[in-house]
Design a protein around this ligand. Structure first.
Ligand SMILES: NC(=O)c1ccc[n+]([C@@H]2O[C@H](COP(=O)([O-])OP(=O)(O)OC[C@H]3O[C@@H](n4cnc5c(N)ncnc54)[C@H](OP(=O)(O)O)[C@@H]3O)[C@@H](O)[C@H]2O)c1
Length: 217
């Protein structure tokens, strides 16, 4: 199946956490790492997040770099929890927001569409069907997709063996076991089934470390 090249981006603590238990995730990494994250956005056709990140963080998911085009913002949101009052919806007329969802009717759906958000009716298959979404994106000329989390969405892409590159930003802090993990459940029962990657780059970014990995073909 032809699909976009998929990059998973993570900003974690040393113990691999992406947010506190209460959902707070600003800011785990320092300014240099965040600047690299914005450049990564600018180099992709689209950015994807799961419904929890979209609702909890109320992000804009733009590059905030002068002269750079913002990628299409893609949300996986089965029950259309993202409000028409969200930052994403408010900016949909200037930078596209596409929501893969199972709900395309009702007041919130109508209000989102009025704001310029595109609702894409998507089959459900243990969460929204990611293959359907990837097919759709590729048909609409999205050749590169940056998956920005959270952990549940990241795990779904990993389960599909669809993560080609990982861009991992790691801060020298520890958040503890009650914080949110960077990757959700994979259901592995054998070490041989672990998802394996080759590290192709490692560098300091201020106090943080940036590691880049490629999927082992
Ligand atoms: N540090 C970082 O790099 C970083 C980056 C992003 C987010 N975060 C943090 O991560 C936390 C949220 O992570 P999370 O793991 O709870 O949620 P998430 O991955 O953002 O969203 C998961 C939700 O997306 C929806 N979804 C629909 N189809 C899916 C599919 N096929 N696979 C997976 N999810 C699908 C489901 O909600 P529905 O059933 O309602 O559709 C699912 O519960 C927030 O606290 C945020 O701040 C941190």
């Amino acid at each position: 199946m032809a699909r976009p090249q998929i990059t998973l981006k993570l900003a974690t603590s040393l113990d691999g956490k992406i947010a506190l238990a209460n959902g707070m995730s600003e800011w785990i990494t320092g300014e240099k790492a965040r600047e690299e994250g914005r450049k990564l956005r600018a180099s992709h056709d689209a950015i994807a997040v799961g419904a929890n990140t979209a609702v909890l963080d109320n992000p804009q998911l733009t590059t905030r770099i002068d002269g750079e085009n913002d990628p299409i913002r893609v949300i996986f949101d089965t029950y259309l929890r993202l409000s028409w009052r969200s930052n994403l919806a408010k900016t949909a007329k200037t930078t596209p927001v596409w929501i893969f969802t199972n709900v395309t009717t009702g007041d919130n759906a109508e209000a989102l569409e009025m704001q310029g958000v595109k609702l894409l009716k998507t089959p459900v298959n243990d969460g929204l069907d990611l293959n359907f979404a990837l097919d759709f994106l590729y048909d609409y000329s999205v050749t590169s997709l940056l998956v920005e989390g959270g952990g549940t969405l990241a795990a779904s892409f990993l389960r599909l063996d669809a993560v080609d590159v990982i861009e991992w930003f790691r801060a020298p802090i520890i958040l503890g076991g009650d914080s949110r993990g960077s990757i959700g459940d994979l259901g592995l029962e054998d070490m041989n089934l672990a998802k394996r990657f080759n590290r192709i780059e490692i560098r300091d970014l201020g106090d943080d470390i940036h590691e880049k990995y490629e999927r082992i073909a």
